[in-house]
Design a protein around this ligand. Structure first.
Ligand SMILES: Nc1nc2c(ncn2[C@@H]2O[C@H](COP(=O)(O)OP(=O)(O)O)[C@@H](O)[C@H]2O)c(=O)[nH]1
Ligand SMILES: [Mg+2]
Ligand SMILES: [Zn+2]
Length: 347
């Protein structure tokens, strides 16, 4: 419509305004005044920005080109510095391998970590170990096809043999599955050496409930972490003790012949999540993530048995005969139920 046409003067004014805006602060979609494209690693995300580490280990607060969506700790990106200050713009996201995410609000996905190849499930003996949550993370690890260990944290709080036995009973099903169980404590330093060996040269993520001791463990595992956390909060403008978004730290150990530290992988600290959920999947896929069910699958009366109310169910019989742990059966059923509502929200 003619009304919408700008007069020559108006157009000049608008263009002038935009030009000034660009000079003030280049936004994520401007291309002026930017340095060459270079590779970078996302350390953490905050607000609409990310902290990117360049190949020299320097950190830059970066805007993100809109079409890239949300970025997360562990992402490999291509970015350009803003030549005027120590900021930049992420212009490309390298393909992710093994992204750990969870369902967020209104069907959105919340990223937890990218490019990981090892999951440490941190469970505290106090207030308690939650098998249901362990099983959810184990399913996620199976979906990604990466190894997971269970870190039994705060074992300094176990005082009697009975305390230990109660914990051992809860963990029995995982021991039977051959999953590594690592008792740990940042008070007694138990388990730290073992963890270090497991994580050598890997990109690991620590997950688990809030208060499990994830950040404390990372603090104990990384020698100069205090300094780095200080630097991080300076670059992001965020407080020191909040893990609202995942943060990537470099692991290091002393080099053989001198005092220098050698990089040996990365460890991502993740925020505590009240209820984690793996990606929804079909019954048969979920079954394949429960290796303890395997000997009984195919022996139910009905071929597509959901192992809930069907007669002559081999899985339920195995539970009744203590061949499958009740907690494992219950977590399976809860996930199945949850996946059903996730795929058919109306029902
Ligand atoms: N007794 C004991 N307390 C611990 C241990 N590790 C962490 N804590 C405490 O547990 C609380 C939560 O720790 P934090 O690392 O913030 O947990 P996060 O939420 O999983 O990161 C803090 O008060 C820690 O001091 C441990 O090994 N033993
Ligand atoms: Mg924390
Ligand atoms: Zn069945």
């Amino acid at each position: 419509m003619a009304k919408r046409k700008l007069t020559h003067q108006q157009r000049r004014r608008v263009e002038g305004k935009n030009r000034n805006k660009k000079l003030d602060k280049p936004n994520a979609n401007s291309t002026s005044q930017l340095g060459e494209e270079q590779p970078g690693l996302v350390i953490t995300s905050f607000g609409k920005r990310v902290l990117v580490e360049d190949i020299h280990g320097e950190h830059f607060s970066c805007a993100i080109r809109q079409h890239l969506g949300k970025l997360v700790a562990g992402d490999q990106v291509i970015w350009q510095t803003d030549l005027e200050d120590k900021t930049g713009v992420v212009v490309q996201l390298q393909p992710r391998t093994h992204e750990l995410s969870r369902p967020g609000f209104r069907g959105q996905t919340r990223m937890i970590a990218a490019n990981i190849d090892f999951i440490g499930i941190v469970m505290p003996v106090v207030p308690g170990i939650h098998p249901d949550m362990i099983d959810r993370y184990l399913v996620a690890a199976k979906q990604l096809d990466i190894p997971a260990v269970i870190i039994i944290n705060k074992v300094d709080l176990l005082e009697t043999d009975d305390d230990w036995q109660a914990v051992a009973a809860l963990l029995e099903p995982y021991d039977a599955l051959g999953i590594e169980l690592i008792p740990a404590s940042t008070i007694s330093n138990e388990g730290l050496q073992t963890l270090q060996e497991f994580m050598e040269d890997k990109n690991s993520v620590f997950v688990g409930p809030s208060g499990a001791g994830k950040s404390s463990l990372i603090n104990a595992l990384i020698p100069d972490l205090d300094i780095r956390v200080g630097q991080l909060s300076e670059s992001t403008g965020l407080g020191k003790h909040t893990t609202t978004n995942s943060i990537l730290y470099h692991l290091a150990r002393p080099a053989a012949n001198n005092d220098e530290l050698m990089a040996t992988g990365n460890l991502i600290d993740s925020p505590g999540i009240r209820q984690f959920s793996p990606s929804p999947c079909e019954l048969s896929e979920l079954e394949s993530y429960y290796p303890d069910f395997a000997p009984y699958l195919g022996h139910c009366k009905y071929k597509n048995c959901s192992h809930t109310i069907e007669p002559h169910c081999a899985i339920r019989e195995a539970v009744d005969n203590d061949k499958i742990a009740l907690s494992r059966y219950q977590s399976f059923q809860r996930l199945l139920e949850e996946f059903k509502t996730a795929t058919n929200p109306a029902t």
